[in-house]
Design a protein. Sequence first.
Lengths: 99, 549
Amino acid sequence: MNPVNYLYLAAVLFTIGATGVLVRRNAIVLFMCIELMLNACNLAFVAFSRMHGNLDGQIIAFFTMVVAAAEVVVGLAIIVSLFRTRHSASVDDASLMKL
Amino acid sequence: MSTAAVHSLWTTAADPIAKIEAPKIEYGQLAPTLIVAGAALIGVLVEAFVPRKSRYYAQVFVSVVALCAAFAAVVGLAAGGYGTTRAHVAAMGAVAVDGPALFLQGTILLAGLVGLFTFAERRLDPAAHGNRVDSFAAQASAVPGSDTEKAAVRAGFTTTEVFPLLLFAVAGMLVFTSANDLLTLFVALEVFSLPLYLLCALARRRRLMSQEAAVKYFLLGAFASAFTLFGIALLYGYAGSVSYGTIAQVVEGKVSTVDPALANTTGNDVLLLIGAAMVVMGLLFKVGAVPFHMWTPDVYQGAPTPVTGFMAAATKVAAFGALLRLLYVVLPGLRWDWRPVMWGVAILTMVVGAIVAITQTDIKRLLAYSSIAHAGFILAGVIATSKDGVSSVLFYLAAYSFVTVGAFAVVTLVRDAGGEATHLSRWAGLGRRSPLVAAVFAVFLLAFAGIPLTSGFAGKFAVFKAAAEGGAAPLVVVGVLASAVAAFFYIRVIVLMFFNEPRPEGPTVAVPSPLTVTAIGIGVVVTIALGVAPQYFLDLADQAAVFVR
C-alpha cells in the first residue's frame, strides 16, 4: 500500500485528537485526546521513515513513546490531585481565576 | 565430504560484523548540562536516603553547588573560546556549543540560582508547630484541609522534592537553548516542562488555585507540545532528517545530490510550511506570545510565587533561545514567509499584553500580562534578522530575567493572614509602611517600564534599534506606543504604593531570611548595573551573537 495513505491517517487522527481537546470537558478525556495526537505523530514519523528509507523516524517514535509515558505520570498525578480536592475532573469547574 | 564442505552447501561466509562506532560525546563541552542533571539525580537519591530532618539542608547545598559549578563551567567554556572562534556542534550533531547557547545558559543558571534562593526561603510564613515552613505544600498528595494534611503539617513535613525538580527543569532549559536537532529540541522541551507542571501544583496556601493552575498549564502545554511534535514530523518528512543543518540546506536548496527517496518530499513546500508553522507555534506558546498566551495569567497567578518568578524568567530565556536558533539556523531560507507572520504576532502580543494589563487588579496577574507585553518587545528584536537582532535579544533576556525574579521575590514579602496579599488594593500605602521594600519594587517596575538608568531601558533601546535597522520601523512605533501604555500601569502601582494612605488592616511586610534578601539584592544590583553601564554587557552579547551551524 502506498505509505502516503498512512500520512493521511495520521493527519486525521491528529485532527480528531485536537478536536477532542477543544470540545470535551473531562480532564482525563482531554488527556487521552492529547495522547491520540502524540500517537498520530508517531504514525507520521514511521510512515515518513518508510518513505525515506532511513531509520531516524522509527527511532524518534521510540523517544516519543517514552516522553508520552513520562507525560502520563505527571499528568495523571496532577489530574488525580485536582479530582481528590474537587471531586470532579471537569475542566469547566476549575474556574477560580476566571475574571 | 568433510563437514565444512557440507556446511557450505547451505551457508555462506558472512562478512565480519561491521564495527559499530561508539558515538563521540564531548563531555567537557556538555559539562554545564551534565552537572545540573547529575545533581538533580543526586537530589532524588537524597530524597530516598537522607533522614527527613537534614534533607532540606542537603538539597539546598547540592543545588547551590551544582548551579554554581555549572555556571563556572559555562564561563570556562566561554573563556576557552567556545562562544566565538571554537564554536561547534557537540554530541554527534545534537547539541550546539556556541555564543548564544553559552550566553543564555549562563543567564538561565543565574536566574535558576536566584530562583533557588526564593525556593529555599523559610521565614516568611509563621512557623507551624515549631517547624519552619516554605512556600510549598507539606505533602503534595494530601488533600487540602484534610486530616492527612494536618498530620503532615504537624509532623513538619516539607516538599524538598522541589529542589531536584528545579534542577531537572534547569537542565532541560540548558539543552533547549542549545538543541541542534529537532528531536533533542522536543525531548528538552518536555524535560523542562514536566517539572514545571508539578511545581505549579505545590503551593502551601491557596492549593485549589495552585492545582487549577497546574492542570491548565499541563493540558495546554501538552496540547502545544503535541503540535510541536507533529510539526517536527512534517519537517522530518520534508527534509528526511531532523538535524538543523541538513534541514537548512534542504530549505535553501543547497543539497547537491538529491536523494531519490527524498525527491517526492523535498519539493513539497506544504510539508515545510505547515511543519515550520507548527514547531514555531509550540515555541511561541512557551514564550507566551499572543494568541498563545491564554495560560500565562492563570498559571502565573496560581503557581507558588517563587515558582512563578523562576518560571517567568528562565522559561522565557530558554524558549526565546530555541526560537532564535530555529528561525536563524533552520529557517533563514524561509524568512520571507515567517517574517510577516511574526510581525503580526509581535504587534498583537505587545498591544494585547499592554492593554489587558491595565484592567488587572491582582499584582501577579499584572506581572503576567506585563511578561506577555515583554515577549512582544523581544519578538521585535527576533524579527530584525540580523546579528544586532540576536545580540539585542540576548541582552534583553538577561536584563529581563533578573528584574522578573526580583519582582516576584518582592511579591512574596507582602503578606497578610491568608498568605501573600496579591490584590492591588492591599498594596496601597506600602511606601509609607516599608519604604525600602516599596522602593525596591519601584526600581523593578521602572525597569519593566524601560525608564533610563535601568536595565529595561538599555534592553528596549537595543531591541528597538535592531528592529528599526532590520527594516521593521512600523513595529518599533507600535512597540514604543505599547511601552507608553505599559508605563502607565507600572507607574500606577508606584503611585498606589507611595501616594495613597495605608489601610488600617493592611498587609505586613515579612522580614525575610538572607536568602530572599540576596535574591532581591542581586536583582536590584543587576538591574541598575545593566542600566548605568550596559556597554560591557552589550559587547558581551555582541560577541556571543553568532550561531554555529
